[in-house]
Design a protein around this ligand. Structure first.
Ligand code: SF4
Length: 751
């Protein structure tokens, strides 16, 4: 009999459900990878509400990466020019605890940094927060989500008073107009995009607008592709708002009842007439008007975005400017409408819930908020004032901290900054200066392992049980189906053991990850992301569950679903609607379940700001941090390909994917190629102010003139001199501190 274990795909934030069965079943041949290891069988989980059995090539081939190039034992070396030598866990833990104590007492806790990952399960994230922010007393925990989603986090918090994507995947099949900006969802979030594309194809009245300087596979199926100049997103968004205002397509009642700061916004958009916007964006006035007309004619507009918006020196402003359009048209809190960020990493959402960024605390709390710190201190049994009131070092701050000798110990886990950080030469030089780097990962070697003094083998997907939350707030139990290889351990167990050896035995007395999750879930009580009704046992019994999900929320959900079916247009509900269920008094005052439909946030049109109103953000466009000039005349934009995942630690070892994407390349428009004398496949040297790389040319009209595109997946282990981030710069959004990985100025020379 087949025995399938239910889990989640550990790649992108779509969060597709998977079922996994052992490599060989009775009477069947065993598939093996090219190193002879038996391959576990993977299929889509039809019962998973987010993916309904669908998987893309990454999810389908994930099991092939399980046994290749694994790190099996702890290893140490005194300096980076030495070979690693194998040690026992006991020796490794001793070395790490001694080093932490030395740094704490000589430089202070602020000299200790941890850089984690959206690949962590929520339990890993939570224990890392308790260890760093609670026990060590430093907020220097940041994750690769800083490079991925932090602008969305900042935008939601500033506009709505809390983080949390308001929409759900069902909205993909309920919208009248999908507005995709800065997202190549067809390649980067393929299963979510498939749902949208199928629905769009079947319903010809439904419009799809794609805003992207590249004609991506996403843009190919759009009704309108706006190939704007990089850095003109805010011009475009304000230009659409200008036309909506001019045409009187504004929901004045919603603006009056549910928002604040509209006059400041109205003043800004006055300066974005179509002639100016079309010129700035490099599009026609007709196309701009068509986009505004699609917005104005649609009862339900759904905006989707990812890195093209977030990875920007004005990322938070872009996110808020998208949200503004929804607020001025009342397009939020109802089926098929709202602003919806597509998360990059599989558990960046869970990380945000657990407080896994340098300015956050568990349960969507903020380091800077004294009440939030006090709540966590009390819960963790700390003395008042023990949690630092200062946000910790972000990902890039850790690099500059190494440059300034302010970092005495750097602990990197489940991520590969020697490929993914901006300005790679500078990043690598900084990593070389680190007095002591612990690198905890499932794989060896990686580009980052070259900078480590200690290597700790981590258990990965399928080898530990924990939960992950996807882009639509659905929490899935990712169950272990095999033992970790040799001496590898789950990340949370490693952090907890170091905590215990530092004397925090009571704080880390967890028998298993279910207990860790149970403790974390208690901290979400009365928060927007409440999960007190979620546990490992509940997820196993009832399947993936969307938050908010307080205890007893099942009955409430049934009532709210009944109510939704009787109120087809929930946007008509006023903030004080008498349609709230009779049992709503059971809910906490801030609970988002004070709404008639718990699949979406803010359906009662009350937001998490102190006055309950969503705030308009008024932003003029600032453009790129590094615009092109005569010396560096092209804008380089970077991105992902359908098959590969980030720095290829897994996908670079999967034959099918490597055949699909055999080498890096640079896309260049035929007009630019002709002017520079570049032909297809000819190598091009690409130089920015920080570094250089070489790529074979792909001459294509898919990229706009003046812009070039390079995929970001290739580190030095996979190709010579083809690192996209050798070229990028670290200038960041002042609010989210997310670097502008999406655009820098370059010059091109044919070789
Ligand atoms: Fe995995 Fe994302 Fe593909 Fe789904 S869409 S199978 S989550 S990579």
């Amino acid at each position: 009999m087949s025995e399938f274990t239910k889990t989640l795909c550990p790649y992108c934030g779509v969060g597709c459900g998977l079922e996994v069965s052992p490599p060989a079943e009775l009477g069947k041949a065993t598939n093996r990878d090219n190193q002879g290891n038996p391959i576990w069988r993977v299929r889509g989980d039809k019962a998973h509400p987010s993916s309904q059995g669908m998987v893309c090539v990454k999810g389908a081939t994930i099991a092939e990466s399980l046994d290749k190039n694994r790190l099996h034992y702890p290893m140490v070396r005194e300096s980076l020019d030495q070979e690693f030598r194998r040690v026992s866990w006991d020796e490794a833990f001793d070395l790490i605890t001694k080093r932490i104590q030395t740094v704490r007492f000589t430089q202070g806790p602020e000299a200790i940094c941890m850089y984690g990952s959206g690949q962590f399960q929520t339990e890993d994230y939570y224990i890392a927060q308790k260890f760093m922010k609670g026990c060590l007393g430093t907020n220097n925990f940041d994750a690769n989500s800083r490079l991925c989603m932090s602008s969305a986090v900042a935008g939601y918090i500033q506009s709505f008073g809390s983080d949390g994507p308001p929409c759900c995947y069902e909205d993909l099949e309920l919208t009248d107009c999908a507005f995709l900006i800065g997202t190549n969802a067809a390649e980067c979030h393929p299963i979510a995009f498939n749902r949208l594309a199928k629905y769009h194809k079947k319903n010809r009245k439904v419009k799809m607008i794609v805003v992207d300087p590249r004609r991506t596979p996403t843009a190919e199926v759009a009704d309108l592709h706006l190939a704007i100049r990089p850095g003109t997103d805010i011009d475009l968004l304000n230009g659409i708002a200008h036309l909506l205002m001019r045409w009187n397509h504004v929901d004045t009642m919603f603006i009056e009842d549910c928002t604040s700061n509209f006059p400041a916004y109205a003043e800004v958009i006055r300066h974005y007439p179509p002639e100016v916007v079309a010129r700035e964006c490099g599009i026609t006035i007709e196309d701009l008007e068509t986009a505004a007309r699609y917005w104005s004619q649609s009862k339900r507009v759904l905006s989707l975005w990812s890195m093209g918006v977030n990875q920007s020196s004005e990322g938070t402003a872009k996110v808020r400017t998208i949200i503004n359009l929804h607020l001025m048209t009342g397009q939020i809190g109802k089926p098929g409408a709202g602003p919806f960020s597509l998360t990059g990493q599989p558990n960046a959402m869970g990380g945000r819930e657990a407080g896994g960024l340098a300015h956050l605390l568990p349960g969507y709390r903020l380091v800077k908020n004294p009440e939030h710190r006090a709540e966590i201190e009390e819960f963790w049994g700390l003395n008042p004032g023990q949690i630092s009131p200062h946000p910790g070092l972000t990902a890039w701050d850790m690099i500059t901290g190494l440059e300034n000798n302010a970092v005495g110990l750097l602990w990197i886990a489940a991520t590969n900054p020697a490929v993914s950080m901006p300005d790679l030469e500078r990043t690598k030089k900084a990593l070389l200066r680190s007095p002591f780097t612990i690198y905890q990962d499932a794989y060896y070697p990686t580009e980052t392992s070259a900078y480590a003094h200690v290597l700790l083998p981590a258990a990965q997907w399928g080898e530990k049980t924990g939960v992950m939350t996807n882009s639509e707030r659905t929490v899935t139990l990712c169950q272990a189906f095999r033992q970790p290889p040799r001496e590898a351990k789950p990340d949370w167990e490693i952090f907890a053991e170091v905590g215990r050896r530092l004397g925090f035995t009571k704080e880390f007395a967890f028998a298993n990850s279910a207990e860790v999750y149970a403790e974390f879930a208690k901290l979400t009580k009365n928060r927007l992301c409440e999960m007190t009704g979620i546990s490992h046992a509940q997820l196993k019994a009832q399947g993936p569950t969307q938050w908010p999900h307080p205890e007893k929320s099942y009955e409430l959900r049934v009532k709210s679903d009944e109510l939704e079916s009787s109120t087809p247009n929930s946007s008509l509900l006023t903030p004080n609607s008498s349609l709230l269920t009779p049992n709503s008094s059971l809910l906490t005052p801030n609970s988002s379940l004070l709404t008639p439909n718990s699949k979406r946030l803010y359906t009662n049109l009350r937001f998490h700001t102190p006055d309950g109103r969503a705030r308009f953000g008024a932003y003029y466009s600032k453009g790129l941090a590094e615009p092109p000039n005569p010396d560096y005349p092209f804008v380089l934009t970077t991105g992902r390909l359908y098959g590969h995942w980030h720095t290829q630690t897994r996908t670079g070892r999967i034959e099918k994917i490597c055949k699909m994407h055999p080498e890096p390349f640079i896309e260049i428009h035929p007009r630019d190629a002709a002017r520079l004398g570049i032909v297809d496949n000819q190598y091009v040297e690409v130089r920015s102010r920080r570094g250089e790389a070489k790529f074979p040319a792909k001459v294509t009209k898919a990229i706009a003139p003046g812009t070039v595109f390079v995929p970001m997946h290739w580190g030095y282990l996979w190709a010579d001199n083809a690192e996209a981030n050798a070229l990028t710069h670290p200038e960041s959004c002042p609010d989210s501190l997310q670097p502008e990985l999406k655009a820098c100025a370059v010059q091109l020379t044919p070789i």
